[in-house]
Design a protein around this ligand. Structure first.
Ligand code: AMP
Length: 304
């Protein structure tokens, strides 16, 4: 089953109470691609970077089997840049800077050979570009999963709602679910957001796990693995989404029971992401390590 990933590929700068990075590789689609490529071998990436980008990272993606034919490189332009600062709890953060640069006028050109994917992951990006991507697909995919953030709710709510109406699964965090729905209760928020279009909603709650809401009031909850040290939560949400859709694409499945398992895969994958700054840990994680962590989840969630 082919899987198309679109989203930001970027430079980030990250401040945590324990340290800061200079410019390092980040971006929603970077994390998603790394996560999906551990589970699936038919992943294509559509994204844009400037000529300042770190092209060793692109080599890493290629080595892991990600097809980067759809990665545009804009000469004379700068890559998207995001600077975030975490609070002491490491669960909340402020955006210090968002420089769209090449993302400002990104035209998502999907290579002909990838224009009819079975699964699509619309990573965090302007809703306009997410919409254009859907419109350019040669046929309706089996499943479209979309991630977004409060930044787009603040500046492009109408466009965002137009895309949300066209996807099968939306993933957002608890704060964003409350902002989008105007409801504090996540159960009520989920019902309102599902009425906007997506049959399935995933609400990510950082170190407190993730909630999966399906059609007909189905609910599933997966905790996050309690880690002794969280080094850098950046990209955990994207990594979660990558693990989620990577699992489903590898099975060719879209039913609720498979989605429950996919949420556990997403959570296990995200637990690696936070162990080091940026994409470093995710780029080195092996299938054996992932399987060991999945076993920990099974133990943690099992009731005799
Ligand atoms: P997460 O921690 O999963 O929410 O994702 C963090 C990643 O999102 C960072 O690597 C950023 O480069 C990327 N990011 C932040 N803001 C935006 C935005 N407005 N559009 C697209 N990507 C973004």
């Amino acid at each position: 089953m082919s899987l198309l990933v679109i989203g930001s590929v970027a430079f980030d700068a990250i401040d945590t109470p324990f340290g800061s990075t200079g410019k390092i590789v980040g971006g929603a689609a970077s994390y998603i691609s790394l996560a999906t490529s551990l589970l699936h071998n038919q992943v294509g990436l559509v994204a844009v970077v400037g000529e300042d980008f770190d092209f060793d990272f692109v080599k890493t993606l290629n080595q892991r089997g990600v097809n980067t034919d759809g990665l545009q490189v804009k000469e004379g332009q700068k890559s998207f840049f995001w600077h975030g600062k975490y609070h002491l709890d490491m669960n909340s953060r402020d955006t210090i800077t968002t420089e769209l640069n090449v993302l400002g006028d990104f035209d998502p050109i999907i290579p002909q050979s990838q224009s009819a994917p079975d699964f699509v992951m619309l990573g965090n990006l302007s809703p306009q570009v997410q919409l254009t991507t859907i419109e350019r697909l040669a046929q309706k995919p089996k499943l479209v999963v979309m991630d977004t953030m409060n930044f787009w709710m603040d500046i492009a709510l109408d466009e965002l709602k137009t895309v949300i109406a066209k996807v099968d699964v939306l993933t957002i965090n608890d704060e964003e679910a409350r902002q989008l729905s105007g409801e504090y209760s996540l159960r009520k928020a989920a019902r309102i957001i599902q009425k906007m279009g997506p049959q399935t909603l995933i609400i990510k709650k950082g170190e407190h796990g993730a909630l999966l809401f399906g059609a007909e009031d189905q609910v599933f909850f997966c905790p996050a693995l309690p880690l002794e040290e969280v080094f850098d939560p950046t990209g955990a949400g994207d990594t979660f989404a990558g693990g989620f859709i990577g699992y489903l694409a590898s099975k060719g499945a879209t039913d609720f029971e498979s989605m429950k398992k996919a949420v556990v895969y997403g959570s296990a994958m995200a637990s690696f992401c936070v162990e080091k700054f940026g994409t470093e840990r995710l780029a080195s994680v092996t299938l054996d390590e992932l399987n060991a962590r999945l076993a920990q989840f099974e133990q943690m969630m099992h009731i005799a």
